[in-house]
Design a protein around this ligand. Structure first.
Ligand code: FAQ
Length: 330
């Protein structure tokens, strides 16, 4: 599962002297901060990198519904249930905008779905971890959506027009998700001793997996250099991880909880926290399909696809009938 269908890494960034005239003009457009639109000429690897990244991003939104969907029937109040339901539905919407953005690059949603279901395409590592108690709904919103926003706000300025425009709406909705998560954490952390213990437990389990969401360290990141030259990515993985840590540690303190990283320490000189990296061997094991929930997540998506076949068939039959009626009328 680690190696994927689109291989764009390892060739290094082309120097201007090695570029064709078309490639030079394309790079100049990126450097002027102009958007690339679907019908514009683009290098094959630019297209392939976008399909890989946007496709993975879309799959993450879809698979990402599962850990929270698990708690919809067990939300403690009607209000919490309504909020969680709205959030999970938003994630489905994000998946759909992103599949649409990806389709503008010449790949169909069916092809993308097939590659998710047969394990050829990835989705974010974080969704291979279980959600074990209600406080996890707080920690997912606060940390997972918080990390997602940190990564996605700069992506509003990504070079590919349809991706950047999808990000604008997605970021607005992710802000609501992050706040509802933090609101749950505030309630739990200020509640009974048991509730506070649940909040700490959720933070302890999700802290390092949340740091993994930003991808491997810069020296292990195979795509960053080229993706940044093309402004597909605006920041390195480590830059965003650092910003996330700097934003989140004061929030942990405000909650009265303890950061699971015992060595976390403010570094005056760098103006940020020194923190412990996640266990990268665990990260790569999750990417290879060996995380705690990889098999369950793929099984759930495959079952949904199989059980939804009759809906797709019915919609296609309806569309065929409608087209036939229209043809007769014409
Ligand atoms: N999980 O060279 P790099 C959300 C892979 S937000 C799995 O650094 P790149 C909201 C990477 O694909 C989550 N795989 O790669 C939500 C590559 O493998 P490949 C989704 C990962 O692309 C909240 C290899 O490692 N957000 O879902 C991960 O330059 C709550 C080498 O890595 C996005 O997708 C990972 N964490 O940088 C929904 C944001 N990290 O493809 C529901 C857009 C790396 O060669 C509930 N994506 N890999 O086989 C990005 O910004 C980038 O793709 C990165 C990775 C930063 C994730």
């Amino acid at each position: 599962m680690y190696a994927q269908m689109v291989k764009t890494a390892g060739t290094g960034v082309k120097k201007p002297k090695d570029m064709t005239a078309e490639e030079k003009a394309f790079q100049a457009k990126i450097d002027r901060n102009e958007k690339i639109e679907p019908k514009d000429w683009m290098p094959d690897d630019y297209r392939a990198t976008l399909i890989r990244q946007i496709g993975q991003h879309a799959h993450s939104e879809i698979v990402g519904q599962l850990p929270e969907g698990n708690w919809l029937t067990r939300a403690p109040t009607l209000e919490r249930k309504a909020i969680l339901l709205a959030k999970v539905q938003d994630e489905a919407g994000h998946g759909l905008y992103l599949y649409s953005a990806c389709e503008t690059l010449g790949v169909s949603r069916d092809e993308l779905t097939e590659m998710l279901l047969n394990g050829k395409m990835k989705y974010s590592s974080i969704f291979n971890y279980p959600t074990l108690n209600w406080a996890d709904m707080g920690a997912v919103g606060w940390l997972v959506d918080g990390a997602a926003i940190m990564n996605q706000v700069p992506l509003q300025r990504t070079s590919y027009g349809p991706y950047s425009r999808a990000m604008v709406r997605i970021c607005k909705e992710e802000s609501f998700h992050q706040r509802q998560g933090y609101a749950i954490m505030m309630k739990m952390a200020a509640g009974t001793a048991d509730q506070k213990r649940m909040a700490q437990d959720a933070l302890d389990r999700l802290w390092f997996p949340s740091l993994m969401m930003f991808g491997p360290s810069n020296k292990e990141s195979v795509h960053s250099e080229q993706s940044m030259a093309w402004r597909i990515k605006i920041n390195t993985n480590d830059e965003l991880r650092q910003k996330f840590v700097d934003q989140t540690v004061p929030q942990i303190e405000f909650l009265g909880l303890t950061c699971p990283d015992k060595d976390i320490k403010w570094n005056e000189e760098k103006g940020g926290y020194d923190y412990t990296d996640p266990d990268w061997s665990e990260f790569f094991a999750v990417l290879k399909g060996n995380g705690p929930c990889n098999k369950d997540r793929l099984a759930a998506r495959n079952a949904a696809w199989k059980n939804g076949a009759w809906v797709r068939d019915a919609m296609l039959a309806h569309a065929r009938k409608k087209a036939a009626r229209k043809a007769v009328a014409a």
